[in-house]
Design a protein. Structure first.
Length: 101
């Protein structure tokens, strides 16, 4: 599907963290990107950890913020791990310092 130009959105942490801090990334999205040669566009989102808390369906008022980073093309990386590290650094750069763990 990626080779046909279908865009896929993945949430690379796999789940929401209980406190808003970054979790380890899952490997699957990076296997897809490397296999298809599809670029990864890092998106950082924060504020949602207060709006919809993990384990609750109750919405709270708040402001969500997002930032986009430049695309990371898999051909520029020798390994999946290098691509994953670069994307993680890009996502982290768009988050408040306390979330970058």
């Amino acid at each position: 599907m990626l080779a046909k130009g279908v865009h896929i959105t993945t949430f690379v942490e796999g789940t929401r963290s209980p406190d808003g801090r970054m979790l380890p990334f899952k490997k699957g999205p990076f296997f897809l990107a490397m296999g298809a040669g599809a670029p990864c566009i890092p998106v950082s989102i924060h504020g949602t950890e207060k709006i919809l808390r993990k384990g609750s369906l109750r919405m709270h008022p708040g402001i969500a913020k997002r930032s986009l980073s430049s695309a990371h093309r898999p051909g520029g990386f020798a390994t999946r791990e290098e691509l994953m590290k670069a994307v993680r650094e890009a996502v982290a750069s768009g988050l408040p310092e306390w979330m970058r763990t």
